[in-house]
Ligand binder design. Structure first.
Ligand code: GMT
Length: 377
């Protein structure tokens, strides 16, 4: 198949999923055309059947805002026409699904199928704004196929937007041959005491991730268990969190690593992963940790209960219940046999989301949509 993929090229789950999907599909012999405003971050190695088409955005004094949606539609039109795309797969609905709709209308090619994958805040947060909601509902319904990364997100889309479209749940995935615990992690060197535990959190430090809760949970854990906290990523709440760690007197034990490309090494030295998000459609970062045998303590929101098995691969607690999350963490970190059991169970659970299995689901879904079998209402 000739497949166009549009995604955000920066750090973030939707871009990671889109890029890894494209790479895996290329390995299976498909031709993949990435269309975005910058080269997707994970698209580094050359492959003969992967192409990148950059969207040029022209500036003009009259435009107070960049015309990305329109420029993207024109590029999609061009790529679909000249590369004879069968599928144009948009990751994160805003504004990609609207651009794809426009491109398809201009092309007048009924055989080109638009697939939109809903990832998270496109549905749960941004898309709900009155300035986006009507266009979101319209473009989701106009897509030839729609997938959501969790059952939770599918249900939210139906209830919040009144969408009657058939939505296929295809979970996030992970390459478990890459994401696996390495024998000796470099990060353990930061702990002079071998008994010290390492807690990790990864995110874009947006308020939805509640990173201050991570610091407060760690503060409680640190009182009872010799430990350190490593924070991977960057974003708007980072400074506030650095300040909070210093204020709580744990500044020395909390390390802000910033954006990292090689997380396997870090996760391989970790004992516990914290994800107390306010909203999380799936929680790809938690899956990465679990694949590296790191149990997860998280909030019980969104799609997290579809991933984290409470009492088996970690624990889930009510949003904002810092005390309970800390208690779960302390319990796990102070009971080595239990921790070992949870670590093994986490890896086993991660294998359920192994990339080859999930990529095959995308491929089958593409075929179904191409046959016109996805049936809208
Ligand atoms: O929704 C976002 O904050 C952005 C999005 C992204 O691009 O990182 O994240 C979402 O997509 C990921 C991949 O499907 C999911 O694993 C994340 O749970 C989801 N984030 C949220 O729902 C907050």
């Amino acid at each position: 198949m000739n497949i166009g993929i549009t995604c955000y090229p920066t750090y973030g789950g939707s871009g990671v999923v889109a890029t890894e999907l494209g790479k895996a599909l290329a390995e299976r012999g498909h031709s993949i055309h990435f269309i975005s405003y910058a080269m997707p971050m994970r698209l580094s190695n050359y492959m003969g059947n992967i192409f990148y088409h950059e969207v040029e955005i022209s500036q003009y004094p009259l435009f107070d805002f960049p015309m990305y949606t329109l420029a993207l539609a024109s590029k999609m039109y061009e790529v679909a026409k000249y590369e004879k795309l069968d599928i144009l797969h948009c990751h994160y609905a805003i504004p990609h699904a609207a651009s794809a709709f426009l491109a398809k209308e201009m092309l007048n090619l009924p055989n080109l199928k638009i697939i939109t994958t809903l990832h998270g805040t496109d549905i749960t947060l941004v898309g709900l704004e009155p300035s986006f909601l009507p266009v979101m509902k319209f473009t989701i319904e106009k897509s030839d196929g729609v997938t959501a990364v969790s059952r939770f997100l599918k249900e939210k889309t139906v209830t919040n937007y009144g969408v009657e479209k058939d939505i296929e749940v295809i979970h996030n995935f992970i390459d478990t041959s890459v994401y696996k615990r390495m024998p000796a992690s470099e990060v353990r060197k930061i702990c002079p005491d071998v008994n010290e535990k390492i807690l990790v959190h990864t995110s874009n430090f947006r308020s939805v991730k509640r990173v201050p809760d991570v610091i407060r949970i760690f503060h409680e854990v640190h009182k009872r268990v010799p430990s350190r906290l490593l924070l991977i990523g960057d974003g708007p709440d980072r400074s506030q969190c650095e300040h909070l760690a210093r204020e709580l007197g744990i500044g020395e034990n909390v390390k802000f690593l910033g954006k990292q490309t090689e997380v396997v090494n870090i996760l391989s030295g970790a004992d516990l992963f914290l994800l107390p998000s306010q909203s999380e459609s799936f929680g790809l970062s938690a899956l990465e940790a679990m694949a590296c045998e790191v149990p997860v303590v998280s909030s019980s929101v969104g799609g997290l209960p579809e991933l984290v098995v409470h009492g088996e691969t970690g624990f889930i607690a009510e949003l904002g219940d810092i005390g309970r999350m800390a208690k779960y963490a302390i319990d796990l970190l102070s009971t080595p046999a239990k921790h070992q059991e949870f670590a093994k169970a986490s890896r086993k659970r991660a294998l359920f989301f192994e990339s080859t299995k999930i990529i095959a689901q995308y491929e089958q879904y593409y075929e179904k949509v191409l046959r016109g079998a996805e049936v809208a209402v």
